[in-house]
Design a protein around this ligand. Structure first.
Ligand code: ZN
Length: 82
């Protein structure tokens, strides 16, 4: 029983060491990947920010701010004019 546990522990350590070795060996690749991932995410966030739409009052707004926009005087005034 003890032996089995030991073997399992050893295997765990082996995996840990292997992972670490892999990371060290590929640190440049990993760094590059992480940088690309961050860049991609930045682009995606920018795209999300750009998500524009036209409100029923004719104002250009982002989807995210529609609720806030619809509570503004500008929107209410414009809607009253229609
Ligand atoms: Zn509006």
């Amino acid at each position: 029983m003890r032996n089995k546990e030991n073997t399992q522990l050893q295997k765990k350590d082996e995996i840990k060491v292997k992972k670490q070795a892999f990371r060290e060996k590929n640190i440049d690749k990993i760094k590059e990947y992480e940088r690309t991932y961050r860049e991609k995410n930045k682009e995606r966030l920018k795209e999300k920010k750009k998500e524009c739409m036209i409100c029923e009052c004719g104002c250009r707004i982002t989807k995210r701010s529609i609720k806030r926009h619809q509570a503004t005087k500008k929107h209410i005034d414009l809607m009253n004019k229609i």
